[in-house]
Design a protein around this ligand. Structure first.
Ligand SMILES: [Zn+2]
Length: 417
């Protein structure tokens, strides 16, 4: 085997000619391997947007470098002279190079590896292992997702979807996310929670495919219901279980906070502090409680009837979504509303009114089995994503991250399929 062929294989540049390979020391004293390459004649002078062969326009005087995958512990760079072509359709554009995506400073193999790693490890690990800044990882993800999204139709075959508003930047900004209930995948995301955003989703979906939707779940937002009623009138509208449970959890927390404040105001400092520490015991699902939290809860049951009543109200509402028979769910929900109305806990009296208003949509969710663990896991993941402190510099970067990790756009590792 000739040495240049070995280099081509090792560096993963199949449609290129390797002119030279040398070691170089950078400003920080690190050794770099720099391979000088050029595009093979057959792949030269192609538009980077459509891939069509075009007349050459000009050639850049200075060569350009792309970071490739490390060889052992040595950083690798490809170096080549770039040129522009004049495309019939796209005008004067950079000519495509077979080893990198247009506009990238990294090779495709490096970018796919980074994107794959992001799906399987924490960002701190990825940035450390690949020796890149988080900002570069975000740019890489955006490019990989745009590239792969163009090749996959994620809106094909949708039947049951969930529409959800997810806040980021401390609740200042919103993303509108559409999840497929049957696969649990994120299939669409857009900036802002407005009718226009949701309208764009339905535009992308098209009238034929919108007519195939059988169920649409959402939170209580009336504007979502209006758009769905207009664009997919045949779909059964449901209220997502986890929103309903979240409302009850919020009401319970309000009851607890009110009690802490009342105890403080009456001079019971120790009691107030103890109650403040009970937050997680109250909010967690019973099977996940620690021994200590169970004891806390038992103490509340004995000493604080009002708070314990609020706890039971939350748990009872959660149990309705586990009902197998729609008739059972209907009876349980009716009973719950009656109980909450006269429970003398202001947040739950208020919640009873809301639940009453959405009764039909809640029962739809139970009846059609839309209280789905997979789509809920995706929603939980998306919420966690927005809370990470990486400082997404744009909603596009956040959407790309969500698409990559929950939208089925994670690329395979280079060289393996
Ligand atoms: Zn073109």
């Amino acid at each position: 085997m000739r040495t240049t062929r070995v280099w081509r294989r090792v560096l993963g540049v199949e449609h290129a000619v390797i002119e030279s390979v040398k070691l170089e020391t950078d400003a920080r004293g690190q050794e770099l391997l720099v391979a000088r390459v050029r595009v093979k004649a057959g792949s030269a002078r192609r538009c980077s947007r459509c891939g069509r062969r075009c007349p050459g326009y000009d050639t850049s005087p200075a060569p350009r470098r792309w970071r490739g995958l490390d060889l052992g512990s040595t950083q690798v760079y490809l170096e080549a002279t770039t040129s522009r072509v004049s495309c019939r359709e796209h005008g004067v554009v950079v000519a495509a190079v077979p080893w990198a995506r247009p506009g990238a400073r990294f090779t495709t193999a490096f970018e796919d590896t980074a994107a794959w790693l992001v799906c399987h490890a924490t960002l701190a690990v990825v940035a450390m292992l690949l020796r890149v800044a988080w900002r570069s990882v975000a740019d890489i993800i955006t490019r990989v997702v745009a590239d792969r999204a163009g090749k996959i139709d994620r809106l094909a075959g949708l039947r049951r979807i969930g529409i959800d508003e997810i806040s980021y930047r401390k609740g200042q900004r919103y993303l509108l996310c559409v999840v497929d209930h049957d696969t649990g995948r994120l299939v669409w995301a857009g900036k802002n929670r407005t009718q226009e955003t949701l309208g764009r989703f339905f535009d992308d979906l098209g009238a034929d495919r919108a007519a195939q939707l059988t169920h649409v779940s959402a939170d209580g937002a009336g504007w979502i219901h209006d758009v769905v009623a207009e664009r997919a009138p045949q779909a059964v509208l449901c209220l997502d279980a986890f929103h309903v449970v979240a409302w009850a959890t919020e009401a319970l927390d309000q009851v607890r906070r009110d009690m802490v404040n009342r105890l403080r105001a009456s001079g019971y400092q120790d009691e107030a502090t103890a109650l403040k520490g009970s937050r997680w015991a109250l909010l967690k699902n019973p099977p996940n409680l620690t021994g200590e939290q169970r004891t806390t809860l038992a103490g509340i049951a004995k000493a604080n009837g009002g708070l314990y009543r609020a706890y039971l109200l939350k748990e009872q509402l959660r149990a309705i979504f586990q009902a197998v028979e729609p008739a059972d769910a209907r009876a349980l929900l009716g009973g719950w509303i009656a109980w909450a109305r006269r429970c003398r806990l202001e947040p739950f009296v208020k919640l009873a009114k809301t639940i009453k208003r959405y009764q039909g949509l809640i029962l739809n969710a139970v009846e059609h089995g839309l209280s789905n663990a997979r789509s809920e896991a995706t929603n939980t993941h998306l919420r966690l994503l927005t809370r990470r402190a990486y400082g997404y510099h744009s909603p596009e970067a956040l959407i790309a991250m969500a698409d990559l990790t929950r939208g089925g756009l994670c690329p395979p590792l280079p060289g393996r399929s």
